[in-house]
Design a binder for this molecule. Structure first.
Ligand code: ADP
Ligand code: MG
Length: 284
């Protein structure tokens, strides 16, 4: 059994009459990448706020590194770092100055070389001496993460690290997250994208309707996913209509082959259907 660094049990949270988290349960292995997958409004940020001690839960418990987030907040805060959905870097400073400032606050030794290491880790060496106001969204977010990591947290929370990024910056962020896990930091990230969770995470939990409706490795989850097929796209309807026949008989090749990935909505529908079926069996 691997060591658990986060244990969440029966977590509940309402905003006035809105019951957002009903009964949330999951555990996270030390040193792993965990993805909390859910649609917009599912309650992902609410869970991150509770785990990072910014918000009190109404019920249930969350333990990080053996400390209860509700009653031992100081201990929890010492071993975590949070990079929110909205970036918190100082615009008028350069990337290097932002990192140096955080390093001074944390009283880090060998500050100059430490700052250089983090600039290199976040692939910002070439932009280090430019003001952050000139950075792209992706650069800002990478700087934000480097700032969060300077104190060497045991757990890093990344709330939707790639939302709003263009494909190039999204891939740079994916590389960064993969590198992060190699440093031994446990990464807790949220995402609305199934493919992102599948690519990055060791374990995925799907949050829907206030509960974790599925949990496991990407491989485990694939087994409960809607079936995947390969879609062949032709440039004329005639070709498409006779595709299978022509392919086998006359060797017509596809103009483009596209993998048909199920969306998160497809996953919900499949899981809900399965649940209905199970309930019906139980009634009979
Ligand atoms: N402070 C708040 N007061 C009232 N409702 C809130 C508050 N914060 C979040 N919500 C609502 O709770 C739900 C979950 O929000 P959130 O945790 O931000 O979801 P996610 O991060 O998955 O998009 C949403 O419907 C949101 O509008
Ligand atoms: Mg959110």
């Amino acid at each position: 059994m691997s060591e658990k660094i986060i244990e969440v049990s029966g977590l509940q949270k309402s905003y006035k009459e809105k019951h957002i988290l009903k009964d949330v349960n999951f555990t996270i292995d030390k040193g792993s990448i965990f993805a909390l997958l859910g649609s917009n409004g599912a309650g992902k940020t609410t869970i991150i706020k509770i785990l990072s001690t910014l918000l009190k839960p109404d019920g249930g418990s969350a333990i990080i590194n053996g400390f209860d987030v509700a009653t031992e907040g100081n201990n929890v805060r010492e071993c975590i770092s949070l990079t929110g959905q909205f970036v918190a870097v100082d615009e008028v400073l350069t990337g290097r100055e932002n990192l140096t400032l955080i390093g001074q606050l944390k009283r880090l030794p060998n500050l100059k070389s430490t700052v250089n290491e983090w600039l290199s880790f976040s692939r910002l060496e070439d932009e280090a001496n430019r003001k952050v106001s000139t950075y792209s969204g992706g650069m800002r977010r990478r700087l934000d993460i480097a700032m969060s990591l300077m104190g060497k947290p045991d757990v890093l929370f990344l709330d939707e690290p790639t939302t709003g990024l263009d494909p190039q910056n999204r891939i740079a962020m994916w590389d960064l997250v993969k590198d992060l896990a190699k440093t031994g930091t446990t990464v807790f990230l949220t995402t609305q994208y199934l493919e992102e969770a599948e690519y990055l995470a060791d374990n995925i939990a799907i949050l829907h309707g206030g509960k974790i409706i599925a949990e496991g490795t990407p491989k485990d989850l694939k087994e409960i996913m809607p079936e995947r097929g390969v879609r062949l796209i032709f440039d004329s309807e005639l070709k498409a209509n006779s595709a299978i026949k022509l392919l086998t008989e006359n060797g017509v090749s596809a103009d483009r082959i596209e993998q048909n990935l199920p969306s998160l909505e497809d996953v919900f529908l499949t899981l809900i259907d399965e649940k209905k079926e199970r309930n019906q069996h139980e009634k009979i």
